[in-house]
Structures are given as structure tokens and as C-alpha cells.
Design a protein around this ligand. Structure first.
Ligand SMILES: *Cc1c(COP(=O)(O)O)cnc(C)c1O
Length: 347
């Protein structure tokens, strides 16, 4: 079966980083979050491109992800690990010069016991209740280890995509209180926090989704295009049905195109009967259920059936497609499967 083609514009990622970098003062560093294989788009290629554009600090979720980009980055850039110092990870952290963001007293003890000289950062919980030191534990930590300076102290905003949300200000207040008097670089903002304004910027911002063209960064350049080959077209008489469950019924003589990609490629079943695919500029509704390897599309209104159709393009961004599927752009990107041919442009 011929595959879809996922085109990833590396220059667009670089332009997005430059645009986000401009939103904070020159004294604020803008890092890059490349966890989850750079949101599904290729960690090595994207880290290489961003380092060449001037990014000096990267963030990943796990030590293994850090190891993967260390291979292409060399020893220069800093790499922080959000999950911190997990059991069994001391040597991979040490050997790859990765800086764990310690999340708890337990992780702190592990760090002291295994690689005490190795640099570390800290993550504080300011209200998300997901990862990070809680207030009481952190006060204790500070008393115990005031002589050892963390490379960076971070916290993460739960509601930064909604400027009006009251939790933004309450987390900002908690972060200021917990870090007051500490002489150490601070970071609170991902993409959403950058857009909340300079009070949220501190010493370093760490955008992820904005780099890859997703909301809440509205002005982002789009980064991905996904085009799918048409395998076959089929004429239907009225009353004939399409696909599993026979959920789509022809109400007129119809033409259905079958495209080569399905939910195994990240085009989730929730798109069934809702999303559209584009033929040139012409929207064509998905007819019936998305299958594992195939999409069926109503092309009755087209005068010419193209060889390929686009499901991600300028007319349908990751956020528009995610709306149709009841999810978010982040999930669309990180679900894009391994069967596509990946073409990188503008190295
Ligand atoms: C994923 C993540 C980011 C990046 O967030 P975006 O919303 O993609 O910009 C930043 N910080 C932490 C702790 C994260 O988990």
C-alpha cells in the first residue's frame, strides 16, 4: 500500500521559535521543548535545526529522550529532563550530561546518593498537582541544601491557554512566594505563559506547541502538511452504504474515494463523519467510519479526482482538525504514525 506523505517545514519551526523569542525581553532566554520526539515530528532533525538557530537549552520528558538529542547536539546545549531523576536513570543522566528537574524529596535523595556532583534543577508544584515539590517539602529542601545551587527552578501553568483564567495569577503568586530570596534562574512559562506577558517570563521560557504551529500561538507558521494518496474510487447507487457499521448511506448517486491512511496512522476514529479532506481547495467530507488503514471520502461534487488529497494543509490546521475530532492539536501531532513518508523541507 502506498503511504501518505508528512511534510515538516523546519524553517517554519525556526521562525516560530524566533517569533516566540521576540515576545520576551532580550534578557529572557527562550528554550525549546522537544519531548515526545518533538511532538511527533522528529526530535533529532528539529533539535539540530533549533540549535543552529540559536537555542541553547532543550527540555525533554525522559532521560532516554535526552540521550536521543544529545547524540546530535554535542555537549554544548543544556538538556533538562521534566520527569526528574527516576529510579535506575542515574547513569544515563550522568553519561549524557542531562539535568534532571527533581520533583520530590525522594528524587532529591536518589540524586544525592547516586550522582551528588551532577547538576540538577527543581520543579515546584504551584497548583497543577501533577509534578513537583510541594510547598512544605520545598521549604525543607531549601534549608537542607542551601549550599547547592539548582541550575534552574521551574513550575508549570495549568490554564495558560486561557488568559482570563484565575489560576494563572494564583500560580504566579505561589511561584513568586516559593522562590523569593533564592538566587537561581527561574522558569514558569510554556507557550501559553509567554502570551500572558512579561510578569510570567522570569529568566527562561520553554515553548513546545507554539514551535510546531499549534494554539495558543495564533500567529504561528504552520509546520506540517499531510497528503494522502487516493487508492481507488467507487460509484455508489442511492441506498448503498460505506464502511464499517454501514453508517454512511448514499442519498444520491455518489462517488467515494478511498485514501491510504487510517486510525493506525493517527487519524483517529472520532473524525468519522465529521472532518473533511481537501482536494486542491475543495473540501470533501469523510464518509462513514475511519478504518485502521483507510479513509473513505465523498468526492461526488468534484469534476476531477486528484491522485492525492490533503488532510493537514493551510486550509485545515492541526487545531481545526482536532476540533472536528474532539481533541487538541497536541494530540493530533503526537499521534501521527510511523507509516508516513516524512519529508523535511528547509533544513
Ligand atoms: C510540555 C511542557 C511544556 C511545553 O508546553 P507547550 O504548551 O507545548 O508549550 C513546558 N513545560 C512543561 C513542564 C511541559 O510538560
Amino acid at each position: 500500500m502506498s503511504n501518505g506523505t508528512l511534510t515538516i517545514d523546519l524553517d517554519a519551526i525556526k521562525l516560530n521559535w524566533q517569533a516566540l523569542n521576540k515576545m520576551s525581553a532580550d534578557t529572557v532566554e527562550t528554550a525549546a521543548v522537544v519531548k515526545a520526539n518533538a511532538y511527533g515530528l522528529g526530535d533529532k532533525k528539529i533539535a539540530t535545526k533549533l540549535a543552529a538557530a540559536g537555542v541553547r537549552t532543550f527540555f525533554v520528558a525522559s532521560a532516554e529522550e535526552g540521550q536521543s538529542i544529545r547524540e546530535v547536539l554535542g555537549q554544548g546545549p543544556k538538556i533538562f529532563v521534566f520527569s526528574g531523576h527516576m529510579a535506575g536513570k542515574s547513569s544515563i543522566l550522568e553519561q549524557n550530561n542531562l539535568i534532571p528537574l527533581l520533583n520530590s524529596p525522594e528524587q532529591n535523595i536518589r540524586h544525592r546518593e547516586t550522582i551528588p556532583k551532577h547538576p540538577f534543577g527543581l520543579q515546584l508544584d504551584t497548583g497543577m498537582n501533577r509534578l513537583g515539590f510541594e510547598r512544605a517539602d520545598f521549604s525543607e529542601f531549601i534549608e537542607l541544601y542551601s549550599e547547592k545551587k539548582p541550575e534552574l527552578i521551574i513550575s508549570h501553568l495549568a490554564c495558560a491557554d486561557d488568559k482570563a483564567h484565575v489560576q494563572n495569577a494564583s500560580q504566579l503568586k505561589a511561584f513568586l512566594e516559593m522562590t523569593s530570596g533564592l538566587d537561581c534562574p527561574l522558569s514558569l512559562s510554556a507557550t501559553g505563559g509567554i502570551l500572558l506577558g512579561e510578569k510570567y517570563h522570569f529568566d527562561l521560557c520553554r515553548p513546545g506547541i507554539g514551535l510546531y504551529g499549534g494554539l495558543p500561538f495564533r500567529e504561528a507558521n504552520s509546520v506540517v502538511k499531510l497528503s494522502l494518496p487516493v487508492i481507488q474510487t467507487r460509484a455508489l447507487a442511492p441506498e448503498e452504504t460505506v464502511g464499517y457499521g454501514a453508517t454512511w448511506i448514499a442519498h444520491r448517486p455518489s462517488l467515494i474515494a478511498t485514501l491510504s491512511a487510517g486510525y493506525a496512522d493517527g487519524l483517529i476514529r472520532a473524525m468519522s463523519g465529521r472532518a473533511v479532506v481537501y482536494a486542491g481547495g475543495e473540501p470533501c467530507p469523510i464518509a462513514g467510519r475511519v478504518s485502521m488503514d483507510l479513509l473513505t471520502v465523498d468526492v461526488t461534487h468534484l469534476t476531477n479526482i486528484p491522485d492525492r488529497m490533503e488532510i493537514l494543509c493551510d486550509l485545515q490546521t492541526i487545531d481545526q482538525l482536532s476540533d472536528e475530532a474532539g481533541t487538541i492539536g497536541y494530540e493530533i501531532l503526537t499521534s501521527l504514525g510511523n507509516r508516513y513518508q516524512r519529508d523535511y523541507t528547509n533544513f
